[in-house]
Design a protein around this ligand. Structure first.
Ligand code: SME
Length: 173
């Protein structure tokens, strides 16, 4: 096979999914519904955790444009910053600290309409006004959390919770 054709073949194998995300329009629910199968396709057959977390963060950032979206991963009894999109953030969070550490300790999704009213909220960016944190639970243990921050108050609700919980369930940890 000529080298050029071989390269083309390799490229199509390495990037089976189109590089472009189709940005959904309409209600928040419609946007999640358009995003979900695309994320499934992106993750399908790819075993690398960092690659998958990075693409989930990028896809959510593209679709919703939130200030910050990304993962903290449980390592040696701490949350350590993982793949994300947005401004630089604190690298380590202890169990029970901030919204992320509380979501980890309680193993449940936390929706924070106004971060200033959440005792112990960790302000990585002064622009963040509301937040949602979704734990990733495997074999009954929290292994990571997905954190999203918005510059708007009251950005996140139970629709985000429903779909973000489905999205984190796609991840093979
Ligand atoms: N606000 C989070 C810290 C992480 S940043 O928002 C990226 C918290 O209170 O846990």
């Amino acid at each position: 096979m000529p080298l050029r054709d071989n390269r083309k073949l390799q490229r199509s194998y390495l990037c089976r999914m189109a590089e472009d995300l189709a940005i959904g329009t309409g209600t928040k629910e419609e946007q999640y519904r358009s995003l979900l199968p695309q994320l499934q396709a992106l993750l399908e057959g790819e075993p690398d955790l960092v690659a998958n977390l990075a693409n989930i963060a990028a896809a959510l950032k593209e679709q919703f444009g939130w200030l910050w979206i990304g993962f903290y991963i449980v390592k040696n009894d701490e949350l350590v910053l993982g793949p994300f999109q947005g401004p630089v953030a604190c690298t380590r969070i202890k169990k029970g600290r901030g919204v992320c550490g509380t979501s980890w300790a309680e193993a449940k999704t936390l929706i924070v309409p106004d971060v200033e009213k959440f005792p112990g909220h960790i302000a990585c960016s002064s622009l963040s006004k509301s937040e949602i944190v979704v734990p990733v639970i495997r074999n009954g243990e929290v292994v990571a959390v997905l954190d999203a921050d918005s510059t708007a108050l009251n950005e996140f609700d139970t629709t985000d919770q429903l779909y973000l919980e489905q999205i984190v369930n796609l991840i093979r940890f």
